[in-house]
Design a protein around this ligand. Structure first.
Ligand code: FAD
Ligand code: FES
Length: 243
């Protein structure tokens, strides 16, 4: 983990209440897809955790939804603004567990961490199918970006305005895969858990305190004892989760 100052180089709206922000600075502490950063915002006590969507040597891309005051402040920030950020947080996804046909399932703001994960799996020579789940067409983002990586992309919307009408599981039930990775809301996780036929990894976006393992505010019970979602997670393996 590292604390440093990053400069916003881009902050644009890409769907309803959804923004993409690019931050410039040292990214050498990011080691795996699925890790997150924790952003200090002026006048707010707790930092706001956001997944790394993508990164290169000098930039981090995040995608966030405006849900309250902190993310609203972020949406109003202009390029050139500097932010105090903790980076390299969380365990991230372990791609070595997936030998071949990966299925990635992202629901809403669970979609962003799937992007660098897809990129990593494809660079490892694995085939990647991605299911992106949203409520309606206004919420959809990043389907072309996933396609450009070489992933097979399926979109599901609850109202059927884009792609399959229904939930991600309505697509998942017709696909074959040898391993899955997912991030999104817990009701989606529970539906996936009922349907999934292979091992996989779930990334939990719990509410957090410190974000780096010190306060125990994010502790949860697993089959192998208590784990802190921020440090021992946010990614847990299917086999260890107590639902
Ligand atoms: C590891 C991790 C990764 C995350 N990655 C992303 C991401 O890539 N993109 C993104 O948009 N969001 C992500 N989140 C959620 C994000 O941290 C919260 O939405 C944000 O902190 C809300 O801040 P706020 O000040 O705008 O809202 P607040 O004023 O703090 O809260 C507004 C509303 O949102 C709810 N809320 C706040 N935090 C969460 C949360 N973690 N989960 C569910 N509901 C919450 C509150 O209960 C409240 O109803 C992530 C969270 C974690 C823990
Ligand atoms: S948020 Fe403090 S230990 Fe996880």
């Amino acid at each position: 983990m590292k604390q440093a100052v990053y400069e916003i180089t881009e902050n644009i709206r890409i769907a309803k209440d959804i923004y993409k922000m690019i931050l410039a600075g040292d990214t050498s502490d990011i080691t795996k897809p699925g890790q997150f950063i924790n952003i200090q915002l002026e006048g707010r006590y707790l930092r706001r955790p956001i997944s790394v969507c993508d990164y290169d040597e000098n930039t981090i891309t995040i995608i966030y939804k405006v849900v309250g005051g902190g993310t609203e402040d972020m949406s109003l920030m202009l390029p050139g603004t500097k932010l105090d950020i903790l980076i390299g947080l969380g365990n991230g996804f372990d791609t070595s567990k997936c030998a071949g046909d990966a299925l990635l399932i992202g629901g809403g703001v669970g979609v962003p961490p799937m992007y660098n994960l897809a990129k990593t799996l494809i660079s490892e020579g694995k085939s990647v199918s991605v299911i992106l789940g949203f409520n309606t067409s206004e919420d959809v983002f990043y389907s072309e970006e996933f396609q450009a990586l070489g992933a097979k992309v399926y979109v599901a919307t609850a109202d059927g305005s884009v792609g399959t009408k229904g939930f991600v599981t309505d697509v998942m039930k017709n696909l074959t895969y040898s391993y899955f990775f997912t991030c999104g809301p817990e009701p989606m996780f529970k539906a996936i858990e009922k349907l999934a036929s292979t091992s996989g990894q779930y990334s939990f976006e719990e509410r957090m305190g410190c974000g780096f393992g010190a306060c125990m505010g994010c502790s949860c019970k697993t089959k192998y004892g208590n784990k802190r979602i921020c440090k021992d997670g946010p990614v847990l393996e299917r086999e260890e989760i107590i639902w």
